[in-house]
Design a protein around this ligand. Structure first.
Ligand code: PXP
Length: 235
């Protein structure tokens, strides 16, 4: 299982003072050096953390795969087709949310998402859809022609250590198995941390975990390189 590091919150910190520190590119290079196979950045409509120039700069200077998280909008489609990241992960986006709150509703937006996937595929960009561990959404993702799904692990993370943990874990496990049987490749992310991540090893066939908040938080105490290495050790 591989690790993609989401470095949005390096940009959050930089933007707090409006300057250039800490450098998003330097953070990405350290993650890459520490063994991350992908660097994920979410270019939000309101540009609250990652900015357009960050994406261009990463594309120019990184060897690691760039996974661009984005909403299914015309603006983001155009940017992705211009930049051509290794992969795009399509997420739902609400202006008011603190972070991506739920999975994408592929069922109700199937035609729009299918069009977006075709456009991204025309440039060789791999596509992942960020969805809840719900079999109907998994099926819709497969029907829409996605390469990957990323299972939203947030409900599992919130239930970790509580009564509902097993129920939420089994939802991820079952959805992953169902997806693999439909020919989808499966990633997972959101809310994963140094305590709960080991359980992801029990889900057969997960390709990659996308982790941001816990790694950037840990980096404050042990440095980014060590924070990434510790997470890789656990997965
Ligand atoms: N995957 C997706 C699709 C996300 O939207 C996020 C949050 O930006 C993550 C993974 C990483 O979540 P966390 O920051 O909780 O590790």
């Amino acid at each position: 299982m591989k690790l993609g590091v989401n470095i949005d919150h390096v940009a959050t910190l930089r933007n707090a003072r409006g300057g250039i520190e800490p450098s998003v590119l330097d953070a990405a290079l350290i993650c890459e050096m520490a063994g991350a196979t992908a660097i994920t950045v979410h270019l939000r409509e309101d540009r609250r953390h990652i900015k357009d120039d960050d994406v261009l700069n990463l594309k120019k200077n990184l060897k690691a795969k760039i996974n661009l998280e984005m909403a299914a909008t015309d603006e983001m489609q155009k940017i992705a087709l211009d930049v051509v990241p290794y992969s795009c992960c399509i997420v739902p986006e609400k202006r008011q949310e603190l972070t991506t709150e739920g999975g994408l509703d592929v069922i109700s937006k199937k035609d729009k998402i299918k069009e977006l996937i075709n456009a991204l595929h025309s440039k060789g960009i791999i596509v992942s859809l960020f969805i809840d561990p719900d079999k109907n959404q998994v099926k819709a993702a497969a029907d829409a022609g996605s390469d990957y799904i990323e299972l939203h692990a947030g409900a599992f993370a919130n239930a970790f250590g509580c009564e509902e943990q097993d129920v939420e874990f089994n939802k991820l496990k079952d959805a992953a198995e169902y997806a693999r049987n439909l020919g989808l490749k499966v990633n997972a992310g959101h809310g994963l941390n140094y305590e709960n991540v080991s359980l992801m090893n029990k889900i057969e066939g997960l390709c990659e975990l996308n982790i941001g908040h816990s790694i950037v938080s840990r980096a404050i105490f042990v440095g980014l390189e060590m924070a990434v290495k510790e997470m890789i050790e656990l997965i």
